[in-house]
Design a protein around this ligand. Structure first.
Ligand code: NM2
Length: 517
Protein backbone atom coordinates (compact mmCIF):
# COMPACT_ATOMS: atom_id res chain seq x y z
CA UNK A 1 0.00 0.00 0.00
CA UNK A 2 1.24 3.36 -1.05
CA UNK A 3 0.97 5.43 2.11
CA UNK A 4 3.64 7.97 1.39
CA UNK A 5 1.54 9.94 -1.09
CA UNK A 6 -1.38 10.62 1.22
CA UNK A 7 -4.72 8.93 1.13
CA UNK A 8 -6.30 10.66 -1.87
CA UNK A 9 -4.95 9.87 -5.31
CA UNK A 10 -5.26 13.44 -6.56
CA UNK A 11 -4.34 12.94 -10.24
CA UNK A 12 -7.14 10.38 -10.62
CA UNK A 13 -9.57 12.38 -8.47
CA UNK A 14 -9.02 15.62 -10.35
CA UNK A 15 -8.74 13.94 -13.73
CA UNK A 16 -12.11 12.23 -13.32
CA UNK A 17 -13.82 15.32 -11.96
CA UNK A 18 -12.47 17.54 -14.71
CA UNK A 19 -13.65 15.03 -17.30
CA UNK A 20 -17.11 15.08 -15.72
CA UNK A 21 -17.20 18.90 -15.72
CA UNK A 22 -15.94 19.09 -19.28
CA UNK A 23 -18.99 17.09 -20.32
CA UNK A 24 -21.61 18.61 -18.04
CA UNK A 25 -20.72 22.32 -18.09
CA UNK A 26 -21.08 22.76 -21.87
CA UNK A 27 -24.38 20.87 -21.68
CA UNK A 28 -25.69 23.29 -19.05
CA UNK A 29 -24.52 26.34 -20.97
CA UNK A 30 -25.74 25.19 -24.38
CA UNK A 31 -28.50 22.63 -23.87
CA UNK A 32 -29.91 22.87 -27.41
CA UNK A 33 -26.56 22.45 -29.12
CA UNK A 34 -25.64 19.94 -26.43
CA UNK A 35 -28.51 17.71 -27.42
CA UNK A 36 -27.49 17.92 -31.07
CA UNK A 37 -23.89 17.07 -30.25
CA UNK A 38 -24.96 14.13 -28.07
CA UNK A 39 -27.13 12.76 -30.82
CA UNK A 40 -24.32 13.18 -33.34
CA UNK A 41 -21.90 11.35 -31.08
CA UNK A 42 -24.44 8.60 -30.55
CA UNK A 43 -24.95 8.11 -34.28
CA UNK A 44 -21.23 8.27 -34.95
CA UNK A 45 -20.23 5.70 -32.34
CA UNK A 46 -23.11 3.26 -32.79
CA UNK A 47 -23.17 3.64 -36.57
CA UNK A 48 -19.44 3.07 -37.07
CA UNK A 49 -18.45 0.96 -34.10
CA UNK A 50 -21.72 -0.70 -33.15
CA UNK A 51 -20.47 -3.98 -34.50
CA UNK A 52 -17.58 -3.90 -32.00
CA UNK A 53 -20.03 -3.89 -29.10
CA UNK A 54 -21.92 -6.82 -30.59
CA UNK A 55 -18.77 -8.84 -31.24
CA UNK A 56 -17.54 -8.01 -27.78
CA UNK A 57 -20.81 -9.17 -26.17
CA UNK A 58 -20.96 -12.51 -27.94
CA UNK A 59 -17.19 -12.96 -27.62
CA UNK A 60 -17.39 -12.47 -23.85
CA UNK A 61 -20.06 -15.14 -23.48
CA UNK A 62 -18.11 -17.63 -25.58
CA UNK A 63 -14.87 -16.83 -23.76
CA UNK A 64 -16.45 -17.36 -20.35
CA UNK A 65 -18.05 -20.65 -21.30
CA UNK A 66 -14.67 -21.80 -22.58
CA UNK A 67 -13.00 -20.68 -19.33
CA UNK A 68 -15.65 -22.37 -17.19
CA UNK A 69 -15.06 -25.76 -18.79
CA UNK A 70 -11.28 -25.45 -19.20
CA UNK A 71 -8.53 -25.98 -16.61
CA UNK A 72 -9.18 -22.42 -15.39
CA UNK A 73 -12.68 -23.41 -14.38
CA UNK A 74 -11.32 -25.53 -11.55
CA UNK A 75 -9.45 -22.68 -9.91
CA UNK A 76 -10.95 -22.03 -6.50
CA UNK A 77 -11.14 -18.54 -5.07
CA UNK A 78 -9.16 -19.32 -1.92
CA UNK A 79 -7.79 -22.80 -1.54
CA UNK A 80 -9.93 -25.42 0.19
CA UNK A 81 -12.37 -23.04 1.79
CA UNK A 82 -16.07 -23.53 1.73
CA UNK A 83 -18.08 -20.91 -0.17
CA UNK A 84 -18.86 -18.08 2.19
CA UNK A 85 -22.54 -17.81 1.22
CA UNK A 86 -25.21 -20.34 0.37
CA UNK A 87 -26.24 -20.52 -3.28
CA UNK A 88 -29.49 -18.74 -2.54
CA UNK A 89 -27.92 -15.77 -0.73
CA UNK A 90 -25.19 -15.58 -3.32
CA UNK A 91 -27.70 -15.48 -6.16
CA UNK A 92 -29.87 -12.93 -4.36
CA UNK A 93 -26.94 -10.61 -3.61
CA UNK A 94 -25.59 -10.96 -7.11
CA UNK A 95 -28.93 -10.07 -8.61
CA UNK A 96 -29.65 -7.14 -6.30
CA UNK A 97 -26.22 -5.66 -6.91
CA UNK A 98 -26.41 -6.00 -10.66
CA UNK A 99 -29.91 -4.71 -11.12
CA UNK A 100 -31.37 -1.36 -10.25
CA UNK A 101 -34.45 0.72 -10.82
CA UNK A 102 -34.04 0.23 -14.56
CA UNK A 103 -35.40 -3.30 -14.41
CA UNK A 104 -38.69 -1.90 -13.08
CA UNK A 105 -38.74 0.54 -15.94
CA UNK A 106 -37.68 -1.58 -18.88
CA UNK A 107 -39.11 -4.81 -17.51
CA UNK A 108 -42.55 -3.24 -17.71
CA UNK A 109 -42.31 -1.26 -20.91
CA UNK A 110 -39.54 -2.52 -23.19
CA UNK A 111 -41.87 -4.82 -25.12
CA UNK A 112 -44.02 -1.86 -26.24
CA UNK A 113 -41.09 -0.23 -28.05
CA UNK A 114 -40.33 -3.48 -29.86
CA UNK A 115 -43.95 -4.08 -30.73
CA UNK A 116 -44.22 -0.75 -32.54
CA UNK A 117 -40.65 -0.69 -33.95
CA UNK A 118 -39.69 -4.35 -34.22
CA UNK A 119 -36.31 -5.87 -35.10
CA UNK A 120 -35.30 -8.24 -37.90
CA UNK A 121 -37.33 -6.54 -40.61
CA UNK A 122 -40.62 -7.56 -39.01
CA UNK A 123 -43.79 -5.56 -39.76
CA UNK A 124 -44.62 -3.12 -36.90
CA UNK A 125 -47.61 -4.06 -34.71
CA UNK A 126 -47.88 -7.44 -36.43
CA UNK A 127 -48.46 -10.86 -34.91
CA UNK A 128 -44.82 -11.65 -35.52
CA UNK A 129 -43.76 -8.43 -33.82
CA UNK A 130 -45.60 -9.55 -30.68
CA UNK A 131 -43.40 -12.60 -30.27
CA UNK A 132 -40.19 -10.62 -30.71
CA UNK A 133 -41.50 -7.87 -28.47
CA UNK A 134 -41.79 -10.18 -25.50
CA UNK A 135 -38.48 -11.92 -26.27
CA UNK A 136 -36.03 -9.19 -27.11
CA UNK A 137 -36.20 -7.59 -23.66
CA UNK A 138 -35.21 -10.88 -22.07
CA UNK A 139 -32.40 -11.21 -24.58
CA UNK A 140 -31.06 -7.76 -23.71
CA UNK A 141 -31.08 -8.70 -20.02
CA UNK A 142 -29.93 -12.28 -20.61
CA UNK A 143 -26.79 -14.43 -20.88
CA UNK A 144 -24.65 -11.98 -22.90
CA UNK A 145 -25.44 -9.18 -20.47
CA UNK A 146 -24.57 -11.23 -17.41
CA UNK A 147 -21.44 -12.56 -19.08
CA UNK A 148 -20.32 -8.95 -19.51
CA UNK A 149 -20.86 -8.49 -15.76
CA UNK A 150 -18.94 -11.62 -14.89
CA UNK A 151 -15.80 -10.97 -16.94
CA UNK A 152 -14.09 -8.43 -14.65
CA UNK A 153 -15.07 -10.45 -11.59
CA UNK A 154 -12.59 -13.16 -12.59
CA UNK A 155 -9.32 -11.22 -12.42
CA UNK A 156 -10.52 -9.24 -9.40
CA UNK A 157 -11.55 -12.33 -7.43
CA UNK A 158 -8.34 -14.05 -8.49
CA UNK A 159 -6.22 -11.27 -7.03
CA UNK A 160 -8.36 -11.05 -3.92
CA UNK A 161 -8.44 -14.67 -2.93
CA UNK A 162 -5.75 -16.54 -4.84
CA UNK A 163 -2.96 -13.96 -4.83
CA UNK A 164 -4.34 -12.36 -1.68
CA UNK A 165 -3.90 -8.85 -2.99
CA UNK A 166 -7.06 -6.86 -2.50
CA UNK A 167 -7.69 -4.69 -5.53
CA UNK A 168 -10.12 -1.84 -5.54
CA UNK A 169 -8.67 -0.26 -8.65
CA UNK A 170 -9.25 -1.48 -12.15
CA UNK A 171 -5.71 -0.45 -13.11
CA UNK A 172 -4.45 -2.85 -10.44
CA UNK A 173 -6.39 -5.72 -12.00
CA UNK A 174 -4.66 -5.01 -15.32
CA UNK A 175 -1.21 -5.33 -13.75
CA UNK A 176 -0.36 -8.78 -15.15
CA UNK A 177 -0.74 -7.27 -18.60
CA UNK A 178 0.70 -3.77 -18.20
CA UNK A 179 3.18 -4.42 -15.36
CA UNK A 180 4.66 -1.39 -13.63
CA UNK A 181 2.76 0.95 -15.91
CA UNK A 182 -0.22 0.30 -13.63
CA UNK A 183 1.38 2.80 -11.24
CA UNK A 184 2.07 5.39 -13.92
CA UNK A 185 -0.02 7.51 -16.29
CA UNK A 186 -1.49 4.48 -18.09
CA UNK A 187 -2.92 3.19 -14.79
CA UNK A 188 -4.43 6.60 -14.04
CA UNK A 189 -5.97 6.81 -17.50
CA UNK A 190 -7.57 3.38 -17.02
CA UNK A 191 -9.04 4.40 -13.67
CA UNK A 192 -10.28 7.73 -14.97
CA UNK A 193 -11.96 6.09 -17.96
CA UNK A 194 -13.56 3.54 -15.66
CA UNK A 195 -14.91 6.37 -13.47
CA UNK A 196 -16.11 8.22 -16.56
CA UNK A 197 -17.92 5.11 -17.76
CA UNK A 198 -19.56 4.49 -14.42
CA UNK A 199 -20.72 8.10 -14.21
CA UNK A 200 -22.23 7.70 -17.67
CA UNK A 201 -23.99 4.43 -16.81
CA UNK A 202 -25.29 5.72 -13.49
CA UNK A 203 -26.38 8.87 -15.35
CA UNK A 204 -28.56 6.74 -17.61
CA UNK A 205 -29.97 4.83 -14.62
CA UNK A 206 -30.76 7.85 -12.50
CA UNK A 207 -32.17 9.89 -15.37
CA UNK A 208 -34.56 7.03 -16.17
CA UNK A 209 -35.46 6.13 -12.61
CA UNK A 210 -36.20 9.63 -11.39
CA UNK A 211 -39.03 10.43 -13.85
CA UNK A 212 -40.49 7.02 -13.01
CA UNK A 213 -40.67 7.95 -9.34
CA UNK A 214 -42.07 11.36 -10.28
CA UNK A 215 -44.81 9.64 -12.29
CA UNK A 216 -45.60 7.44 -9.29
CA UNK A 217 -45.87 10.42 -6.96
CA UNK A 218 -48.06 12.13 -9.52
CA UNK A 219 -50.29 9.07 -9.54
CA UNK A 220 -50.44 8.88 -5.74
CA UNK A 221 -50.61 12.56 -4.76
CA UNK A 222 -51.35 14.39 -7.99
CA UNK A 223 -48.03 16.29 -7.85
CA UNK A 224 -46.99 17.76 -11.15
CA UNK A 225 -44.01 16.04 -12.74
CA UNK A 226 -41.79 19.11 -13.04
CA UNK A 227 -38.04 19.28 -13.23
CA UNK A 228 -37.96 20.61 -9.67
CA UNK A 229 -39.88 17.57 -8.38
CA UNK A 230 -37.35 15.37 -10.14
CA UNK A 231 -34.49 17.37 -8.65
CA UNK A 232 -35.98 16.90 -5.16
CA UNK A 233 -36.25 13.16 -5.79
CA UNK A 234 -32.60 12.90 -6.75
CA UNK A 235 -31.56 14.98 -3.75
CA UNK A 236 -33.73 12.94 -1.38
CA UNK A 237 -32.28 9.66 -2.66
CA UNK A 238 -28.78 11.05 -2.17
CA UNK A 239 -29.69 12.22 1.32
CA UNK A 240 -31.24 8.87 2.33
CA UNK A 241 -28.04 7.25 1.32
CA UNK A 242 -25.86 9.99 2.84
CA UNK A 243 -27.52 9.66 6.23
CA UNK A 244 -27.04 5.94 6.31
CA UNK A 245 -23.44 6.22 5.15
CA UNK A 246 -22.57 9.10 7.43
CA UNK A 247 -24.13 7.87 10.61
CA UNK A 248 -22.04 4.76 10.21
CA UNK A 249 -25.19 2.71 9.73
CA UNK A 250 -23.28 0.23 7.66
CA UNK A 251 -26.18 -2.10 7.87
CA UNK A 252 -28.62 0.53 6.58
CA UNK A 253 -28.22 -0.16 2.92
CA UNK A 254 -27.96 -3.89 3.54
CA UNK A 255 -31.34 -3.84 5.27
CA UNK A 256 -32.78 -1.78 2.42
CA UNK A 257 -31.48 -4.31 -0.10
CA UNK A 258 -33.14 -7.14 1.78
CA UNK A 259 -36.38 -5.20 1.96
CA UNK A 260 -36.13 -4.72 -1.78
CA UNK A 261 -35.68 -8.40 -2.44
CA UNK A 262 -38.79 -9.32 -0.49
CA UNK A 263 -40.87 -6.50 -1.95
CA UNK A 264 -39.82 -7.70 -5.40
CA UNK A 265 -40.95 -11.25 -4.64
CA UNK A 266 -44.20 -9.89 -3.31
CA UNK A 267 -44.83 -7.69 -6.34
CA UNK A 268 -43.94 -10.31 -8.93
CA UNK A 269 -45.81 -13.07 -7.08
CA UNK A 270 -48.86 -10.84 -6.87
CA UNK A 271 -48.80 -10.11 -10.61
CA UNK A 272 -48.44 -13.81 -11.35
CA UNK A 273 -51.38 -14.78 -9.16
CA UNK A 274 -53.90 -12.01 -9.80
CA UNK A 275 -52.80 -11.45 -13.40
CA UNK A 276 -53.51 -13.78 -16.32
CA UNK A 277 -51.32 -16.59 -14.93
CA UNK A 278 -51.56 -18.94 -17.90
CA UNK A 279 -50.89 -16.19 -20.44
CA UNK A 280 -47.90 -14.96 -18.46
CA UNK A 281 -46.27 -18.36 -18.08
CA UNK A 282 -46.98 -19.45 -21.65
CA UNK A 283 -45.68 -16.23 -23.17
CA UNK A 284 -42.53 -16.36 -21.05
CA UNK A 285 -41.76 -19.97 -21.95
CA UNK A 286 -42.46 -19.20 -25.58
CA UNK A 287 -40.00 -16.31 -25.47
CA UNK A 288 -37.29 -18.46 -23.95
CA UNK A 289 -37.68 -20.95 -26.80
CA UNK A 290 -37.66 -18.21 -29.41
CA UNK A 291 -34.45 -16.75 -27.98
CA UNK A 292 -32.80 -20.16 -27.72
CA UNK A 293 -33.61 -20.83 -31.35
CA UNK A 294 -32.39 -17.47 -32.60
CA UNK A 295 -29.69 -16.65 -30.11
CA UNK A 296 -26.78 -16.18 -32.52
CA UNK A 297 -28.90 -14.35 -35.00
CA UNK A 298 -30.01 -11.89 -32.34
CA UNK A 299 -26.50 -11.48 -30.97
CA UNK A 300 -25.03 -10.71 -34.38
CA UNK A 301 -27.87 -8.89 -36.12
CA UNK A 302 -26.28 -5.71 -37.43
CA UNK A 303 -28.93 -4.74 -39.99
CA UNK A 304 -26.30 -4.63 -42.74
CA UNK A 305 -28.51 -3.75 -45.72
CA UNK A 306 -30.17 -0.74 -44.22
CA UNK A 307 -31.68 1.62 -46.77
CA UNK A 308 -30.38 -0.50 -49.64
CA UNK A 309 -32.75 -1.92 -52.21
CA UNK A 310 -35.91 -3.08 -50.50
CA UNK A 311 -34.42 -2.79 -47.00
CA UNK A 312 -35.58 -0.06 -44.70
CA UNK A 313 -33.32 1.20 -41.96
CA UNK A 314 -34.70 0.76 -38.46
CA UNK A 315 -31.48 1.33 -36.47
CA UNK A 316 -32.80 -1.23 -34.02
CA UNK A 317 -29.36 -2.79 -33.30
CA UNK A 318 -27.85 0.64 -32.58
CA UNK A 319 -30.78 1.92 -30.56
CA UNK A 320 -31.10 -1.19 -28.49
CA UNK A 321 -28.59 -4.03 -28.55
CA UNK A 322 -25.52 -1.79 -28.81
CA UNK A 323 -26.92 0.57 -26.21
CA UNK A 324 -27.58 -2.31 -23.82
CA UNK A 325 -24.19 -3.93 -24.19
CA UNK A 326 -22.63 -0.51 -23.56
CA UNK A 327 -24.79 0.03 -20.50
CA UNK A 328 -23.86 -3.35 -19.02
CA UNK A 329 -20.23 -2.64 -19.91
CA UNK A 330 -19.99 0.56 -17.91
CA UNK A 331 -21.37 -1.16 -14.86
CA UNK A 332 -19.31 -4.31 -15.30
CA UNK A 333 -16.00 -3.51 -13.55
CA UNK A 334 -17.94 -2.14 -10.64
CA UNK A 335 -20.34 -5.08 -10.33
CA UNK A 336 -17.32 -7.31 -10.98
CA UNK A 337 -15.76 -6.02 -7.76
CA UNK A 338 -18.91 -6.94 -5.91
CA UNK A 339 -19.28 -10.39 -7.47
CA UNK A 340 -15.63 -11.03 -6.64
CA UNK A 341 -16.16 -10.04 -3.02
CA UNK A 342 -19.05 -12.42 -2.42
CA UNK A 343 -17.46 -15.34 -4.26
CA UNK A 344 -14.87 -16.45 -1.75
CA UNK A 345 -14.52 -20.23 -1.82
CA UNK A 346 -16.28 -20.67 -5.18
CA UNK A 347 -14.63 -22.03 -8.27
CA UNK A 348 -14.30 -20.04 -11.46
CA UNK A 349 -16.78 -22.38 -13.09
CA UNK A 350 -19.34 -21.84 -10.34
CA UNK A 351 -18.89 -18.09 -10.56
CA UNK A 352 -19.36 -17.98 -14.31
CA UNK A 353 -22.28 -20.36 -14.62
CA UNK A 354 -23.95 -18.96 -11.48
CA UNK A 355 -23.76 -15.36 -12.64
CA UNK A 356 -25.08 -16.12 -16.08
CA UNK A 357 -27.85 -18.48 -14.98
CA UNK A 358 -29.15 -16.77 -11.85
CA UNK A 359 -28.81 -13.29 -13.31
CA UNK A 360 -30.73 -14.24 -16.42
CA UNK A 361 -33.36 -16.07 -14.40
CA UNK A 362 -34.06 -13.00 -12.26
CA UNK A 363 -34.49 -10.82 -15.32
CA UNK A 364 -36.74 -13.41 -16.98
CA UNK A 365 -39.04 -13.11 -13.97
CA UNK A 366 -39.32 -9.33 -14.22
CA UNK A 367 -39.78 -9.22 -17.97
CA UNK A 368 -41.94 -12.32 -18.10
CA UNK A 369 -44.34 -11.09 -15.44
CA UNK A 370 -44.43 -7.29 -15.58
CA UNK A 371 -43.78 -6.96 -19.32
CA UNK A 372 -46.08 -9.72 -20.43
CA UNK A 373 -48.80 -8.36 -18.17
CA UNK A 374 -48.61 -5.12 -20.17
CA UNK A 375 -48.66 -7.11 -23.39
CA UNK A 376 -51.76 -8.92 -22.16
CA UNK A 377 -53.52 -5.63 -21.47
CA UNK A 378 -52.67 -4.43 -24.96
CA UNK A 379 -53.75 -7.58 -26.79
CA UNK A 380 -56.91 -8.15 -24.78
CA UNK A 381 -57.93 -4.55 -25.42
CA UNK A 382 -58.29 -3.87 -21.71
CA UNK A 383 -55.82 -1.00 -21.81
CA UNK A 384 -53.60 0.30 -24.59
CA UNK A 385 -50.12 0.68 -23.18
CA UNK A 386 -48.85 1.67 -26.62
CA UNK A 387 -51.27 4.62 -26.89
CA UNK A 388 -50.21 5.99 -23.53
CA UNK A 389 -46.56 5.42 -24.36
CA UNK A 390 -46.90 7.38 -27.59
CA UNK A 391 -48.94 10.20 -26.13
CA UNK A 392 -47.70 10.59 -22.57
CA UNK A 393 -44.36 8.80 -22.44
CA UNK A 394 -42.96 5.72 -20.76
CA UNK A 395 -43.38 6.61 -17.05
CA UNK A 396 -47.09 7.27 -17.61
CA UNK A 397 -47.46 4.02 -19.56
CA UNK A 398 -45.79 2.11 -16.72
CA UNK A 399 -48.12 3.65 -14.15
CA UNK A 400 -51.08 2.98 -16.44
CA UNK A 401 -50.11 -0.70 -16.61
CA UNK A 402 -49.85 -0.98 -12.83
CA UNK A 403 -53.16 0.81 -12.37
CA UNK A 404 -54.89 -2.08 -14.10
CA UNK A 405 -53.91 -4.45 -11.31
CA UNK A 406 -56.28 -5.04 -8.41
CA UNK A 407 -55.23 -3.15 -5.26
CA UNK A 408 -53.32 -0.69 -7.43
CA UNK A 409 -53.37 1.79 -4.56
CA UNK A 410 -50.99 -0.57 -2.75
CA UNK A 411 -49.14 -1.87 -5.79
CA UNK A 412 -48.05 1.58 -7.03
CA UNK A 413 -46.61 2.73 -3.66
CA UNK A 414 -44.76 -0.59 -3.35
CA UNK A 415 -43.39 -0.13 -6.84
CA UNK A 416 -42.27 3.41 -6.04
CA UNK A 417 -40.64 2.39 -2.76
CA UNK A 418 -38.78 -0.29 -4.69
CA UNK A 419 -37.58 2.29 -7.20
CA UNK A 420 -36.49 4.73 -4.48
CA UNK A 421 -34.53 2.08 -2.62
CA UNK A 422 -32.95 0.92 -5.85
CA UNK A 423 -31.89 4.49 -6.58
CA UNK A 424 -30.48 4.95 -3.09
CA UNK A 425 -28.50 1.71 -3.40
CA UNK A 426 -27.14 2.87 -6.76
CA UNK A 427 -25.86 6.00 -5.00
CA UNK A 428 -24.48 3.89 -2.20
CA UNK A 429 -22.51 1.37 -4.18
CA UNK A 430 -21.61 3.84 -6.92
CA UNK A 431 -20.16 6.41 -4.55
CA UNK A 432 -18.34 3.71 -2.57
CA UNK A 433 -16.47 2.46 -5.57
CA UNK A 434 -15.81 5.90 -7.08
CA UNK A 435 -14.37 7.07 -3.78
CA UNK A 436 -12.28 3.91 -3.43
CA UNK A 437 -10.79 4.27 -6.90
CA UNK A 438 -9.60 7.83 -6.24
CA UNK A 439 -7.80 6.80 -3.04
CA UNK A 440 -4.27 5.47 -2.82
CA UNK A 441 -5.33 3.02 -0.18
CA UNK A 442 -8.56 2.23 1.63
CA UNK A 443 -8.61 1.63 5.33
CA UNK A 444 -11.78 -0.26 6.12
CA UNK A 445 -13.90 2.18 4.06
CA UNK A 446 -13.25 5.13 1.75
CA UNK A 447 -12.96 8.49 3.53
CA UNK A 448 -16.40 9.91 4.26
CA UNK A 449 -16.11 13.33 2.64
CA UNK A 450 -14.74 11.65 -0.45
CA UNK A 451 -17.70 9.32 -0.57
CA UNK A 452 -20.23 12.08 -0.14
CA UNK A 453 -18.48 14.10 -2.81
CA UNK A 454 -18.97 11.32 -5.34
CA UNK A 455 -22.54 10.70 -4.22
CA UNK A 456 -23.37 14.28 -5.17
CA UNK A 457 -21.19 14.12 -8.28
CA UNK A 458 -23.27 11.13 -9.35
CA UNK A 459 -26.38 13.28 -9.59
CA UNK A 460 -24.88 15.99 -11.88
CA UNK A 461 -25.16 14.15 -15.13
CA UNK A 462 -28.69 12.74 -14.66
CA UNK A 463 -29.96 16.18 -13.67
CA UNK A 464 -28.59 17.61 -16.88
CA UNK A 465 -29.82 14.69 -18.95
CA UNK A 466 -33.34 15.14 -17.58
CA UNK A 467 -33.11 18.84 -18.34
CA UNK A 468 -32.11 18.14 -21.93
CA UNK A 469 -34.65 15.33 -22.24
CA UNK A 470 -34.97 12.54 -24.79
CA UNK A 471 -34.19 8.86 -24.56
CA UNK A 472 -31.33 9.13 -27.01
CA UNK A 473 -29.38 11.60 -24.84
CA UNK A 474 -29.70 9.22 -21.89
CA UNK A 475 -28.49 6.33 -23.97
CA UNK A 476 -25.56 8.33 -25.27
CA UNK A 477 -24.20 8.69 -21.74
CA UNK A 478 -23.73 4.92 -21.50
CA UNK A 479 -22.67 4.41 -25.09
CA UNK A 480 -19.88 7.00 -24.95
CA UNK A 481 -18.87 6.00 -21.43
CA UNK A 482 -18.74 2.37 -22.50
CA UNK A 483 -16.49 2.85 -25.48
CA UNK A 484 -13.11 2.83 -23.66
CA UNK A 485 -14.40 -0.05 -21.55
CA UNK A 486 -14.33 -2.29 -24.63
CA UNK A 487 -10.54 -2.12 -24.43
CA UNK A 488 -10.24 -2.14 -20.65
CA UNK A 489 -12.44 -5.23 -20.36
CA UNK A 490 -10.37 -7.05 -22.96
CA UNK A 491 -7.29 -6.17 -20.91
CA UNK A 492 -8.96 -7.59 -17.81
CA UNK A 493 -9.70 -10.86 -19.56
CA UNK A 494 -6.11 -11.22 -20.77
CA UNK A 495 -4.82 -10.31 -17.30
CA UNK A 496 -6.80 -13.13 -15.76
CA UNK A 497 -5.48 -15.73 -18.19
CA UNK A 498 -1.92 -14.41 -17.86
CA UNK A 499 -1.99 -14.46 -14.07
CA UNK A 500 -3.55 -17.91 -13.89
CA UNK A 501 -1.12 -19.32 -16.46
CA UNK A 502 1.83 -17.84 -14.64
CA UNK A 503 0.75 -19.24 -11.28
CA UNK A 504 -0.03 -22.66 -12.69
CA UNK A 505 3.41 -22.81 -14.29
CA UNK A 506 5.04 -21.77 -11.02
CA UNK A 507 3.12 -24.39 -9.09
CA UNK A 508 4.17 -27.04 -11.59
CA UNK A 509 7.83 -26.00 -11.38
CA UNK A 510 7.71 -26.09 -7.61
CA UNK A 511 6.28 -29.58 -7.66
CA UNK A 512 8.95 -30.78 -10.05
CA UNK A 513 11.69 -29.26 -7.92
CA UNK A 514 10.31 -30.97 -4.87
CA UNK A 515 10.26 -34.28 -6.68
CA UNK A 516 13.84 -33.80 -7.90
CA UNK A 517 15.26 -32.98 -4.48
N1 NM2 B 1 -28.19 -2.45 -16.30
C1 NM2 B 1 -28.48 -3.71 -15.69
O1 NM2 B 1 -30.06 0.88 -13.66
C2 NM2 B 1 -29.90 -0.24 -13.23
O2 NM2 B 1 -30.83 -1.00 -13.08
C3 NM2 B 1 -28.52 -0.68 -12.98
C4 NM2 B 1 -28.51 -1.36 -15.41
C5 NM2 B 1 -26.79 -2.40 -16.67
C6 NM2 B 1 -28.97 -2.37 -17.51
C7 NM2 B 1 -27.94 -1.53 -14.03
Amino acid sequence: MDKKNGIIDWPTFIGAFVLLLSVTVPLILFPKQGEAVLSMMNTFVTGNFGVLYLVFGLGTLIFLIYVAFSKYGKIQMGKDIKPEFSNFSWAAMLFCAGIGSSVLYWGTIEWAYYYTSPPLGVEPNSTEAIQWASSYGIFHWGPVAWAIYCLPALPIAYFYYVRKKPVLKISEACRPLIGKRADGPLGKVIDILFIFGLLGGAGTTLALGTPLIAAGLNNMFGWEETLSLKTYILVICTVIFAISAYSGLKKGIRVLSDVNLWLTFLLLGFVLIVGPTVFLTETTINSIGLIADNFFHMATWTEPFNNMGPFEKTSFPEYWTVFYWAWWLVYAPFIGLFIAKISRGRTVKQMILGTILYGTLGCVLYFGLLGNYGLYLELSGQFSVVDVLNNEGAPAAIMGTLEQLPLDWIVIPVFIVLAIIFLATTFDSGSYILAAVVQNYVEDEPVKWNRLFWAFALSFLPLILMYIGGLSSLQTASIIGGFPLLIIMTMLAISFIKAADHDMLMAKKKKEQKKAS
